[in-house]
Design a protein around this ligand. Structure first.
Ligand code: IMP
Ligand code: MG
Length: 178
C-alpha cells in the first residue's frame, strides 16, 4: 500500500491517545447511566472498537449501515439505510459513533432519523471532522481531530473499500483517485 499513500496525517499513537481521552470524558458524562453506542458501518468499526475498550462503563453496542458515498470521494447527499438498528432506542441514552464528519449530510440525516425514535438523549462522537462540517449546524459533543479538507484513509476510512485496516490516518496520493 506504500506507494498509494501520500503522507501520515495522524499516527497510531496520537489516535489512540485521543480516543482514550474521549473515552474518559464519556465515562464521566454517562456515569450511572445505561449507554448504547451506535456505530455507523463500516467506517466506524475501528473507533467503535477502540472507544469501547477504553471505556470503563458497561455499554451496549449496535450498528447502522448507511450509504452516502459511492466509490468516489464526494458525498452524494443521498442517504440510504442498508442496515437498521436491532435495538429499540426509545428512552435510551444513545451515542452515535462516527469515523468522520465531512459535509455533515449523513449525520444530519441520521440525527433526525434517530430523534424520531424518542431516545432519552442523543449525542455524537466522531474521530475526525473536516472544515465543511461547520456549514451544517450539527452539535458534535465529542470530536477527536479537526483535519484539513483532504481525502483521508485508514482507521476505518476507505477509498473504494480499501485501506480501512491501516492503524493510522493518512492521505491518498492523487494518482490513486485521479
Ligand atoms: P458526509 O455525509 O459528507 O459528512 O460524509 C460522511 C461519510 O463519508 C463518512 O462517514 C465517511 O464514510 C465518508 N467520508 C467522508 N470524508 C471521507 C474521507 O476523507 N475519506 C474516506 N471517507 C470519507
Ligand atoms: Mg462512514
Amino acid at each position: 500500500m506504500g506507494q498509494d499513500l501520500e503522507k501520515v496525517l495522524i499516527p497510531e499513537d496520537e489516535l489512540q491517545a485521543k480516543i482514550k481521552e474521549l473515552a474518559a470524558r464519556i465515562d464521566q458524562d454517562y456515569a450511572g447511566k445505561d449507554l448504547l453506542l451506535v456505530g455507523v458501518l463500516k467506517g466506524a468499526v475501528m473507533v467503535m472498537a477502540d472507544l469501547a475498550k477504553y471505556l470503563h462503563l458497561g455499554v451496549q453496542m449496535d450498528w447502522m449501515a448507511v450509504s452516502s458515498y459511492g466509490a468516489g470521494t464526494k458525498s452524494s447527499g443521498v442517504v440510504r439505510v442498508l442496515k437498521d438498528l436491532d435495538t429499540d432506542i426509545m428512552g435510551r441514552h444513545v451515542l452515535i459513533v462516527e469515523d468522520i464528519i465531512d459535509s455533515g449530510l449523513t449525520l444530519h440525516w441520521l440525527l433526525e432519523n434517530l430523534k424520531s425514535r424518542d431516545p432519552a438523549s442523543l449525542e455524537i462522537c466522531a474521530a475526525l471532522r473536516k472544515p465543511d462540517a461547520v456549514k451544517v449546524p450539527i452539535d458534535v459533543k465529542y470530536v477527536g481531530f479537526d483535519i484539513p479538507n483532504e481525502f483521508v484513509i485508514g482507521y476505518g476510512l476507505d477509498y473504494a473499500e480499501r485501506y480501512r485496516n491501516l492503524p493510522f490516518i493518512g492521505t491518498l496520493a492523487p494518482h490513486v483517485y485521479k
